[in-house]
Design a protein around this ligand. Structure first.
Ligand code: UGY
Ligand code: MN
Length: 248
């Protein structure tokens, strides 16, 4: 991109956004003192959640969000500890945690680290218990085939239980693999390209996307992805999940 001519690959549209690194804006964040934060998706653009990238210097800490907010973190680089109710978990690259709303915790970088963070107001379900924290690693989750051609698989990072109001998955496309059809749904997505690239259809536009790109897909944004190149494409994808569209 020729930034000196005011160019960027980022696009902010009514119902979707593509945020590329060339337009990242670093901002301070009270719960992340000393870290470099880039908020890539937020309610200000129309989303029902926020997604940000956090660059933590060694020793930096993150404090818990407001009591009604649940937080998902995935380590991209480095290493952090997660102090949860007295138990200390070590998160390495592709290690992740979901900290339910109201659960006290502290994240501390044991070396310079990069994280992707998703936060949203938790939507409880009548009669269901409050979710428990989840700590895991992407690699430890089974690959579930998603297409007949064997080119698409998903790893589900959170339990498929109704007390959880969101899903966070890693979709894995072999070269030439694609979503089987153009999806339209009332739930929305926050996405981070982890590896490889391809073509993303959002509404009536087709974008080339690669590692590091972030996408917001709002409700009913028609969406499709096809992987291109010699290596697999993988993305992390959040969606609000398992709640009636008339709830809340
Ligand atoms: O779970 C999903 O809705 C997912 N298949 N969407 C997507 O990859 N754009
Ligand atoms: Mn979808």
């Amino acid at each position: 991109m020729r930034r000196q001519f005011g160019e960027t690959r980022s696009v902010i549209a009514q119902r979707h956004a593509l945020i590329s690194a060339d337009s990242h804006e670093v901002t301070p964040m009270p719960n992340w003192p000393g870290s470099r934060i880039v908020v890539v998706i937020s309610p200000q653009m129309g989303a029902g959640f926020s997604q940000f990238l956090a660059e933590m210097p060694e020793g930096a800490k993150a404090l818990a969000p407001a009591d009604v907010i649940e937080r998902f973190v995935l380590v991209l680089e480095g290493a952090v500890t997660l102090d949860l109710d007295g138990a200390v978990h070590q998160l390495l690259p592709e290690g992740y945690a979901l900290v339910p709303a109201g659960v006290a915790h502290e994240i501390r970088a044991t070396k310079a680290s990069r994280l992707v963070v998703l936060e949203k107001a938790f939507m409880p379900l009548d009669g269901a218990e409050h979710p428990e924290p989840v700590v895991g690693s992407v690699e430890a989750q089974p690959r579930r085939p998603m297409s007949d051609d064997g080119l698409l698989a998903v790893r589900k990072l959170l339990p498929l239980e109704e007390r959880f109001d969101c899903e966070v998955n890693v979709m894995e496309f072999q070269p030439g693999g694609s979503l089987p059809y153009v999806e339209t749904h009332f739930v929305e997505h926050g996405l981070l390209m982890l590896n490889g690239g391809g073509v993303y259809r959002l509404d009536d536009d087709w974008y080339s996307v690669a590692q590091g790109d972030v996408i917001w897909m709002g409700p009913y944004c028609p969406q499709w992805f096809g992987a291109l190149g010699a290596t697999p494409a993988r993305y992390l994808i959040y969606k609000n999940w398992n709640r009636d569209p008339l709830a809340g």
